[in-house]
Ligand binder design. Sequence first.
Ligand code: 3AM
Length: 181
Amino acid sequence: MRCFVALDLPEALIRPLTRLQAGLEVGRLVEPENLHLTLAFLGDISDATAREVAAGLAELPDGPIELELTGLDVMGGRKPNLVLMDARPTQALVNLQDRVRRVAQDAGIHMERRRFRPHVTLARFQKHMTPKEERGLAGFLAFNAPYALPPETADSVSLNRSHLREEGAIYEPLAEFLLTG
Ligand code: 3AM
């Protein structure tokens, strides 16, 4: 199973994000129920390993965290393939990500040492954007450039399975863990 661990978004952030997405007329939008902040991508793991990760995540509670989305950006170099909202890498968020990585490593998963850039993906583009998509994206960014949201409390982490489909990935929550314990 292709799995990842995410910080679930508070309702109060989902509404403004879907409103923002509505202005993006190109690319494939992430469905409201699929909006999330990835804490760790686990890759292809067995059921047994997923259960081990779930057991570790159940030990996570350390209190809810403040999640602040600070700005709209694109990722993917000269040919961006993601539109995202960056999250402020607060100590609490970085610590949470560290602890989730440790849970994954303890379950025997090899974790790549990539710099953590916390973000919420809003839309994805095909590898090669059409000129129309490039213009649409440029217009959207120019119109919405300084876009930040006030901090909101995030209180749950989920273990998800990602089903890759031609029409886009479908995320299936396998387990949810409240940070409030
Ligand atoms: O939802 P976001 O964009 O944060 O990009 C993938 C997505 O992140 C990421 O895991 C999330 C759920 O699929 N992902 C996919 N393959 C990955 C990989 N090989 C990856 N992250 C790191 N390494």
